[in-house]
Design a protein around this ligand. Sequence first.
Ligand SMILES: CC(=O)N[C@H]1[C@@H](OP(=O)(O)OP(=O)(O)OC[C@H]2O[C@@H](n3ccc(=O)[nH]c3=O)[C@H](O)[C@@H]2O)O[C@H](CO)[C@@H](O)[C@@H]1O
Ligand SMILES: C=C(OP(=O)(O)O)C(=O)O
Length: 416
Amino acid sequence: MEKYIINGGCKLEGEINIPGAKNSVLPILAASVITGKTSTISNIPNLKDVDIMVKLLSHLGAKVYHEGNIITVDSSEINKLYLPEDLVREMRSSIILMGAMLARFKEVRISYPGGCEIGPRPIDLHLKFLRQMGAEIEEAHGFLDCKTTGLKGCDIQLDYPSVGATENIILAAVTADGITTIRNAAREPEIIDLQNYINKAGARVTGAGSSVITIEGIKNLNSCSHHIIPDRIVAGTYMTAAAITKGEIIIKNIISDHIQSIIAKLKEAGAIIYYNGNSLKVIGPNKLNSLEMLQTLPYPGFPTDMQAQMMALLTIANGTSIVNETIFENRFKHAEELIKMGAKIKIFGNVAVIKGVKSLTGAKVFASDLRGGAALVLAGLIAQGTTEIGNIHHVNRGYENMFLNLKSLGASIEIV
Ligand SMILES: CC(=O)N[C@H]1[C@@H](OP(=O)(O)OP(=O)(O)OC[C@H]2O[C@@H](n3ccc(=O)[nH]c3=O)[C@H](O)[C@@H]2O)O[C@H](CO)[C@@H](O)[C@@H]1O
Ligand SMILES: C=C(OP(=O)(O)O)C(=O)O
């Protein structure tokens, strides 16, 4: 297992280019199954999760060509209707293949998806609403056997604006008979990207980005090309790296609208941020301010996927901060590791109280999930002495070339 060894104390300075969004590319690759034609997807990030999705599509019989940051999927000859459990359990996004396969083949056998350990991640909403559309889903021995005689468009009132459930319902509805309306839909930018891709292939989806999405079912889709949006969480992580290290980083290829909640909280913490078109500059202050309240919420609220990184920053802020994680039940595992580095954090259920300290000290710590791992890297960058971060494979799920990027920005970091 790879580890990062970081010697803290370097200001990060330089430029960084933000790659395509993990949470866009994965559902879009899953959606390529529906078309039965060729999809050319560009701005693909180099990530372990993308490799897993490519393996899943190839297993189904799709022809997948991956060269640099372009993937071409020809889904015309898919000839399998089940997905291997070992791959499905590697990541959460595999579940989006359920809606896509039902839309194209009316049948699929899939296991429960895996993903980061950030609390229970049920799929009850996915199943409830696919059933409402006419899917018969039998759950036995960890597998979901899904079949339909034909999905039907219907009115769906989502109990919670789940990102994955919204994506699965959109995809199932693309070829369903009639019109599907999703109310209380997730409004994340990645949902808009999915709508844009599938509409390029000929689907009729409107409303993504708002809480009401309408899908008019159609019979045939076409070949198309699509460019993935930039990863707002990767952008936010490097912005936090500038702020925490008193550095100065220019972050290129962003969509500033997508990161307004992150910009607002970093500014409140004292960072100076200038933005211009699709790039921005973040300058870290000499002393960070604490935050009275950082609450994670569905988009456009503050993203749960940035909570751990912000917690790392707040460990050295001036005063006491409160973080309220409202999306996932157990997304504070990084706090235990930050405490080993000298952070003063108390956890009360889904609330963390962080008393800023003068400095952190290097220690041997372990990443237990993707963003928690990124938070430990940020903490290592400012800690006195050496920090050894184990289980770094979690970080590689969502950050392309993090090691090389940090090195190019001046961090003292090695992989062993
Ligand atoms: C690949 C991808 O896009 N992952 C993102 C997606 O995950 P994901 O799509 O899994 O997140 P959801 O929005 O579905 O989950 C949000 C909350 O709803 C709950 N829930 C969800 C579905 C369901 O059927 N039942 C249920 O109870 C979850 O347990 C969680 O507490 O959105 C999350 C919330 O922004 C992000 O942290 C993830 O990075
Ligand atoms: C939780 C995350 O991803 P996933 O849903 O793919 O596990 C994340 O990106 O922080």
